[in-house]
Design a protein around this ligand. Structure first.
Ligand code: FAD
Length: 288
């Protein structure tokens, strides 16, 4: 089944994202997480892909097992940075062999912690080129990333939106956003995207802040702005991890509830492979 068909049905679609354990951790750990997430009845689960492809086999295997063993639709992420066209083509063949027909097409970022990645064969610069090639390759549902605050490398949101429009026009079915902590940013973005003629579903991506260290990493990685209300919580509970976690779950639950009240097509939860905290949010808002 193509994921876009879930969004066509109309009810807010619950989806979740997991990441494969690092190479030196047992693969099986992810299945403990998935056992918990399954109970929340997500419509689909997406599996991230380490840019450069160093952990590729795990993405494919986990996405395949989500579908076959858990009976949940899966979406495999694929990043094109550092990849040749023939590498991409053979990964897509592997996905089809595993009956995975939904791909999240991304550019990726140059990994800081993997000096062994060989960039000499790189034939992609932007995600739209990957979307074009996946569409040409065959029977795939395609999602792509949107950045409500603008991608950090792009000087202006208006320019980023031009690029986003080009990506969508190459054959994207729906978009999932980068995390954000202020829903007004998302609503403004939707308005601007629609004015640019981007008419596919745009699904908000929500990540709960569960500890104060995480927030520094988020700012570093994607530049998301942190509203004063959230900053106050992080300051208040800096030395009280359990209270911070509770407050983070509450904050994310309020964000999700407000998004649902504003008729978003779905909610995509960045689970960080955390079952209990994600279950709490889903229960708080009556999703699943
Ligand atoms: P692009 O759409 O290619 O955009 C990247 C930059 O290039 C932007 O600044 C854009 O404005 C610019 N640009 C695009 N087209 C043009 C053009 N024609 N001319 C000039 N400039 C242009 N990363 C991973 O490594 N693995 C994952 O699994 C993963 N999953 C993600 C899931 C979601 C939902 C999101 C939101 C992000 C994810 N990322 C993942 C992170 C993502 O790879 C980074 O945000 C990356 O920096 C941008 O990827 P993109 O696909 O948006 O790139």
């Amino acid at each position: 089944m193509k994921i876009i068909d879930f969004y066509r049905k109309g009810a807010p679609v619950l989806s979740m994202e997991v990441f494969p354990p690092k190479k030196n951790y047992p693969l099986e750990t992810i299945f403990y997480t998935l056992n918990g997430l399954k109970k929340l009845k997500p419509a689909y689960i997406s599996v991230t892909y380490g840019a450069g492809g160093g952990n590729k086999d795990r993405t494919v295997e986990i996405a395949s097992r989500i579908k076959k063993e858990y009976g949940i639709e899966s979406q495999a992420h694929l990043t094109c940075i550092g990849h040749s066209k023939s590498q991409v083509s053979s990964i897509l063949d592997e996905l089809l062999e595993e009956d995975i027909h939904n791909v999240m097409a991304l550019r990726g970022d140059i990994p800081q912690d993997d000096p062994d990645i060989d960039f000499s064969k790189q034939e992609y610069r932007y995600a739209w080129e990957l979307v074009r090639d996946i569409r040409a390759k065959g029977d795939f549902g395609i999602a792509a990333a949107a950045h409500p605050e603008g991608h950090p490398e792009c000087r202006r949101l208006s320019e980023d939106l031009e690029h986003l429009k080009k990506k969508v026009d190459m054959g994207v079915d729906f978009l999932i956003t980068q995390l954000f902590f202020d829903n007004r940013i998302f609503y403004d973005f939707i308005e601007k995207a629609q004015k640019k003629g981007i008419n596919c579903p745009i699904v908000p991506g929500i990540m709960p802040v569960l500890n104060s260290r995480q927030i520094r990493r988020i700012i570093y990685l994607c530049g998301a702005s942190i509203p004063a209300k959230l900053l106050k919580l992080v300051d208040k509970y800096e030395n009280s991890p359990l209270d911070m976690e509770k407050a983070g779950i509450e904050y994310a639950s309020q964000q999700v509830a407000d998004l649902i009240a504003n008729k978003v097509p779905g909610i995509h939860l960045y689970t960080m492979n955390k079952t209990e905290q994600i279950s709490q949010i889903v229960k708080n808002v009556g999703l699943g």
